[in-house]
Design a protein around this ligand. Structure first.
Ligand SMILES: [Zn+2]
Length: 390
């Protein structure tokens, strides 16, 4: 069975796939984890410290939640930039559509997981005045583009199993939950990702197709409740998506799948007619100790040389500011990055995922200021894997 699966995978990677190439520099920004609460600001930090947790070892110890002010600053920074057609850069924001309902969970002595949809507000202990309005304002201004991440970031069955088992892991969960923090992933990778349970045998890690289908249906519903529109682009938590995930996405109207960084690959369709995009520029100053604008510029240039869009990965933590100010430095570096790109490539265009989907299907997109030539060239995934980004 395993051998058959491996051979099938290898065979599939050797088949030619039509990749899309573009004759102008295109830039997309993709950003994960919006709407997902973490450390409950200064108060949560103090509470967890007094419970004996030594926070501060890694940046994600200071992952909190964006505030309206963070979004306003990001929006203002984006509005200082324009492409060839006068359009601002647009951050594709992948949303987590629910948080843990700490009020219900504590009433139940944390025996069970209860969820609270983002559209209904934030959980007990959390306040973010004007946050929902700030998301919507940025979307209306065309500087934010909302997309699907998940309902939860973690694998619900993995967390429930560990919470029920007692012991050290269960007590870590309880300590965090009492401080209105759902988890800190690097301290507990056994929580997995929404569609992926890391402690199952290798070939059972992805949730069954029916479970994924049901989850994705719910997530799309929660997205529609919040934004009064349907999502067209999706990125699986932890980039853990399989063929079943893509099939379920397609059934629920998703047209674009965002894949993680690591492979320099052109946009291409999969067998569910979903346009697959791979991130090619890692712009993560908050978490990458070796970050440099220069390296990001090189990555973008390498994409343009290949005729690929530069797809920039920048997680939401980079814009957080309530416990540690990641935002100021990120915005300064982003400004520098975009300024250099615009001056070096005057014909550059800023797009979001849905624009790119329109472009490959129709040869133009709503805001396109002029002609972008799209050509198809076959490639094989087996050859791409070795061709890493710089
Ligand atoms: Zn994520």
């Amino acid at each position: 069975m395993n051998l058959a699966r491996k051979l099938w995978q290898r065979g599939r990677d050797l088949l030619p796939v039509a990749g899309f190439h573009f004759d102008r520099p295109l830039v997309l920004l993709q950003s994960d984890d919006w709407g997902r609460v973490g450390l409950r600001d200064r108060e949560g930090l103090e509470q967890l410290q007094s419970a004996g947790m030594a926070l501060g070892e890694r940046p994600y110890d200071f992952y909190t939640l964006e505030a309206a002010e963070d979004l306003a600053s990001l929006g203002a920074a984006l509005k200082r930039h324009r492409d060839f057609g006068g359009r601002h850069p647009c951050v594709g924001m992948n949303f987590i559509l629910a948080n843990l309902d700490f009020r219900k969970m504590s009433a139940d002595d944390f025996r069970e997981i209860h969820l609270l949809c983002l559209a209904e507000g934030l959980p007990m202990g959390w306040t973010r005045p004007g946050l929902m309005e700030a998301y919507r304002e940025g979307i209306a201004d065309g500087v934010f583009y909302p997309a699907l991440h998940g309902t939860t970031h973690f694998c619900r069955s993995a967390v429930e199993r560990n919470a029920k088992a007692g012991g050290e892991r269960a007590s870590l969960l309880r300590t965090l939950w009492q401080a209105s923090t759902p988890y800190i992933h690097w301290r507990m990778p056994w929580i997995g990702y929404e569609y992926w349970d890391p402690e199952k045998p290798k070939h059972e890690r992805f949730l069954p197709v029916e479970t994924q289908n049901e989850l994705i249906g719910q997530t799309v519903g929660a997205f529609a409740q919040l934004f009064s529109s349907l999502p067209r682009s999706a990125c699986a938590p932890g980039y853990r998506a399989n063929d079943d995930t893509h099939r379920a996405w397609a059934q629920h109207g998703i047209r674009v799948a965002q894949n993680g960084p690591g492979a320099l690959m052109p946009p291409h369709f999969d067998r569910h007619d979903i346009l697959n995009l791979s991130r090619t520029v890692e712009f993560e100053p908050a978490t990458d100790a070796s970050f440099s604008v220069e390296a990001c510029l090189q990555q973008a240039e390498s994409c343009f040389e290949h005729g690929f869009p530069a797809i920039v990965s920048v997680h939401s933590i980079n814009f957080h500011s309530t416990v540690r100010d990641f935002r100021s430095r990120t915005l300064q570096l982003l400004d520098e990055f975009l300024t250099v790109l615009e001056s070096k490539y005057p014909d550059l265009l800023y797009l979001h995922d849905e624009d790119l989907y329109e472009l490959v299907n129709r040869g133009s997109y709503k805001a396109s200021p002029g002609k972008v030539n799209v050509t198809r060239k076959n490639f094989t995934k087996a050859n791409v894997v070795r061709q890493r980004t710089v």
